[in-house]
Design a protein around this ligand. Structure first.
Ligand code: BEZ
Length: 233
């Protein structure tokens, strides 16, 4: 790996990438939209195939959140195209988003995706990037476990709600064990603020106060989550 890998809160590194839909400039190509860049170890492998089917089937859900998808591996464009054709023929699922071809590993290197456990293949990673091109979340998964689409959708929705209302969101939101679909007020930074929190909000203590957010925002996230128990055919 050469140089510093990008971190949460930093701008997504500017680069031109070769994809199954032509050359694209990142992050500018997605300016004004959220995007999820996800890397996979290799085309024509079973877990990755299951993930491509899953991401493709949830593409419309991502679009409803003003979010685009883009895949990445060290395979070539022709390999990606042939694999996508095979997925369509075998499972009737069209891959509707571009896939970056990175046979020399330049993009993978810039993004820190060549880990020790699989140095010649991209690790299974997810970057969630906001409309200003800022990296808001990075996830890494092992080769032997496929990603959960509902969690990635929950993260995009959660980050959007967090930005909209200036709040944080608890574990398992919108079905949290302590405060349900309510949101957490950011920490107080002065003694005065700490005291006023207790008068203004419902609190377990001044450092753990919470408030209601519009039900429809929580409901949208809940609907995505409910699909876990009812996967689309
Ligand atoms: C898979 O997608 O099935 C896979 C890819 C790399 C290593 C192990 C499994």
């Amino acid at each position: 790996m050469t140089g510093q890998i990008p971190l949460i809160g930093e701008k997504f590194p500017e680069m031109e990438v070769v994809t199954t839909r032509g050359k694209l400039k990142l992050p500018d190509h997605f300016s004004g939209k959220w995007f999820v860049l996800f890397s996979h170890p290799a085309d024509f492998t079973p877990v990755c195939t299951s993930e491509f089917v899953a991401f493709s089937k949830r593409y419309e859900d991502f679009k409803k959140l003003n979010t685009e998808l883009i895949g990445l591996s060290v395979d070539s464009t022709w390999s990606h195209i042939k694999w996508a054709e095979w997925i369509k023929e075998k499972f009737g699922v069209e891959v509707p988003f571009p896939i970056i071809a990175d046979p020399r590993g330049h993009v993978a290197d810039k993004l820190g995706l060549l880990h020790a456990s699989s140095a010649t293949h991209t690790v299974r990673a997810v970057f969630i990037v906001d409309p200003k091109g800022v990296i808001r979340a990075i996830l890494y998964y092992p080769a032997e476990l496929g990603r959960n689409m509902d969690e990635i959708l929950r993260m995009v929705k959660g980050l959007q709600v967090s930005d909209k209302y200036g709040v944080a969101l608890p574990a398992n939101w919108p079905n949290n064990e302590l405060i349900g679909e309510r949101a957490i007020i950011p920490p107080a930074s002065t003694v005065e603020e700490a005291a006023s929190r207790l008068k203004e909000y419902e609190c377990f203590d001044w450092w753990f106060c919470h408030k209601e957010i519009p039900h429809e925002d929580a409901e949208a996230a809940r609907k995505f989550l409910e699909r876990v128990s009812k996967p689309s055919k």
